[in-house]
Design a protein around this ligand. Structure first.
Ligand SMILES: O=C[C@H](O)COP(=O)(O)O
Length: 251
């Protein structure tokens, strides 16, 4: 049984102080839920939010990490440092990182490996552009990204990863893939994981949907067999909507 995961990706939003205020409010209103609750704030807010979340079920993750532990990489975040402060999850290969910061499939693979080597869990983002979808090449494209991200990992390592399917055209646009379309792609991703790493890994790996997820559509998405949670931007920024996501949303 795969535990649902509701990961909030705050992107470059909220100061550390605002992050702590969010955690304090979330603690007071934390709902009864089967889902694992993860918030990934900006790197500067991680430690203060971890402190605020101590003793609760709220986990604080990171949005990015370099693949090297140390060196001349001005402005980058060391996976070794993230592990040293016990960050459990690190997002890798978000489409904004790929598009704006030119991260390649090879970078995503190296980062995935580095994060696993440090005992953390990568949340590997994949997803097609509207052009690719309209050309009917979305499944092929996403399969290529998944295979590249998982290259040279052991089957056991693959089983520990989380994959997030985020169609680029659905991010921050208000356009969500239909629950059926998301399920079709996510089932395809699970099939690719099976090809790469076998049955056990494909049964174990959690695959999330991301792209304009909100309380109004989360229940339909999570009801699908292969969708194990959500990677959420905008709707994770307010305590009300984040708690609604944790409890399966409201219409
Ligand atoms: O990582 C999260 C995604 O980019 C989705 O963002 P969104 O929920 O604001 O569309």
């Amino acid at each position: 049984m795969r535990q649902p995961l509701i990961a909030g990706n705050w992107k470059m939003n909220k100061t550390p102080e605002e992050g702590v205020a969010f955690i304090n409010e979330l603690k007071e209103n934390f709902p009864k839920t089967d889902a694992e609750a993860v918030i990934t704030p900006t790197a500067l807010a991680i430690t203060a939010m971890q402190e605020a979340a101590k003793g609760t079920d709220i986990k604080i993750g990171a949005q990015n990490a370099h693949f090297e532990d140390a060196g001349a990489f001005t402005g980058e975040i060391s996976p070794q440092s993230l592990a040293s402060i016990e960050v459990p999850y690190v997002i890798v290969g978000h489409s904004e990182r790929r598009d704006i910061f030119h991260e390649t499939d090879e970078d995503v693979n190296k980062k995935t490996k580095a994060i696993l080597d440090h005992g953390m869990t990568p949340i590997i983002c994949v997803g097609e552009s509207l052009e690719t979808r309209e050309a009917g090449k979305d499944q092929e494209w996403v399969a290529g990204q998944v295979k590249a991200a998982l290259a040279n990992l052991s089957d056991e390592e693959v089983s520990k990863t989380v994959i997030a399917y985020e169609p680029v055209w659905a991010i921050g646009t208000g356009k969500t893939a239909s629950a059926d379309d998301a399920e079709t792609m996510i089932a395809h991703i699970r099939e690719v994981v099976f090809e790469v790493a076998g049955q056990e890994a494909s049964d174990a790996v959690r695959i999330l949907y991301g792209g304009s997820v909100k309380p109004a559509n989360v229940a339909e998405l999570l009801a699908k067999d292969n969708i194990d949670g959500a990677l959420v931007g905008g709707a994770s920024l307010e305590v009300d909507s984040y708690t609604a996501l944790l409890t399966g949303g409201v219409a």
